[in-house]
Design a binder for this molecule. Structure first.
Ligand code: 3PG
Ligand code: MG
Length: 350
């Protein structure tokens, strides 16, 4: 897949609007994993070094369903970004029509508040996209949020109809890395799928039987009783529970079974934590899988998704020797890419 990228356009002295995926795990008002933020820096730096007048970043955080929910504010993210990118002054702006370019012009980099505070974002509303383009004065759009290219939203789709649109460096890298896996995977290929977004991921699992040789399912999908039709699918069937009987991690028997599957695979793609791993009491299965994958440098190992990569990153602080072939910032987007789906956020960049 050949994307038009920011290398192909003259953006000097122009304001560039960049869609990033800063949907990062936040706890007590602090960013828990900055991977998605640090992964966006090469594009921002490339634009600044190349003389862009301003770089206006936009993202969503969580699923506030069109309402201004304070716990989903991107404010902690802008603090983190200021630490990671100490050079330029970085402004933070609400999503209001009455914010004008004159305010934005005080800083060379700006982040807009959570796009999903406005219901028109997820409705892919072109008026919303137009308002953003107008108040920012953007002349070029850059898609660098690989994690959101499976969404047809105002900031991923409608905006591409209003401005010349290009892929950023992260998006380019992610697409190239995952294309290698799709085009020529070493087999057997094992997919491990967990996570909490049951309604998103459960419908994809059966579709992976065409691509993967084996599929292991854990996380909330398994706890909710998902049943696979294909014999390639293994669903965890014992669980660790809390005092109220809630199934919060897959149990030891299922973990051993998945460990065996990892041993027998040449390529392992993992998306979605196997339990409620932010609680150490329920992180055992995810820890074992992450360690097994990270220790086997003879295998192709791919970690994808914001929470899964965040978890693995944290583990690597304790075990710096762990290595993975590819760490993708996209979760659902990576899965849909691997399935060969047409992704709405990519189609206008080709
Ligand atoms: C993700 O974390 O997978 C992306 O940021 C997309 O978030 P969403 O599933 O809420 O659209
Ligand atoms: Mg996520």
């Amino acid at each position: 897949m050949k994307l038009k990228t920011i290398r192909d356009v003259d953006f000097k002295d122009k304001t560039v609007l960049v869609r990033v995926d800063y949907n990062v795990p936040i706890k007590d008002g602090e960013v828990e994993s900055d991977l998605r933020i640090s992964a966006s820096l090469p594009t921002i730096q490339f634009l600044l070094d190349g003389g862009a007048k301003k770089v206006v970043l936009m993202s969503h955080l969580g699923r506030p369903e069109g309402k201004e929910v304070p716990e989903f504010s991107l404010r902690p993210v802008v603090e983190c970004l200021r630490t990671l990118l100490p050079g330029p002054e970085i402004g933070f702006f609400p999503l209001q029509k009455n914010v004008h370019l004159s305010d934005l012009s005080k800083c060379r980099v700006a982040l807009l508040e959570n796009l999903r505070f406005d219901p028109r974002e997820e409705a892919n509303d072109s008026e919303f996209a137009k308002e953003i383009v107008e108040f920012t004065g953007a002349k070029i759009f850059v898609q660098d949020g690989f994690g959101v290219v499976h969404r047809a939203h105002a900031s991923t789709d409608a905006v591409t109809k209003l401005l010349p649109s290009y892929a950023g460096l992260l998006l380019e890298k992610e697409v190239a890395g995952l294309s290698n896996i799709v085009d020529n995977p070493k087999r057997p290929l094992l997919m491990i799928i967990g996570g909490a977004k049951v309604e998103d991921k459960a419908p994809l699992i059966e579709k992976f039987t065409g691509f993967a040789d084996q599929i292991a399912v854990g996380g909330k999908i398994a706890a909710d009783g998902f049943k696979g039709e294909s014999e390639k699918i293994y669903v965890a069937d014992d669980f660790d529970e809390d005092g109220s009987g809630a199934k919060l991690d897959i149990g030891p028997m299922s973990t051993v079974k998945i460990a065996e599957m990892i041993e027998n695979a040449e390529t392992i793609v993992w998306n979605g934590l196997l339990g409620k791993a932010e609680d150490p009491a329920f992180s055992t299965a995810s820890t074992i899988v992450a360690e097994m994958m990270g220790e086997r440098t003879d295998k192709t190992t791919v970690i994808c998704g914001g929470d899964t990569t965040g978890f693995v990153e944290e583990l690597m602080l304790v075990h710096p020797a762990l290595k993975f072939s590819l760490v993708s910032t996209g979760g659902g987007a990576a899965l849909e890419f691997l399935l060969g789906k047409d992704l709405p956020g990519l189609k206008n960049l080709i």
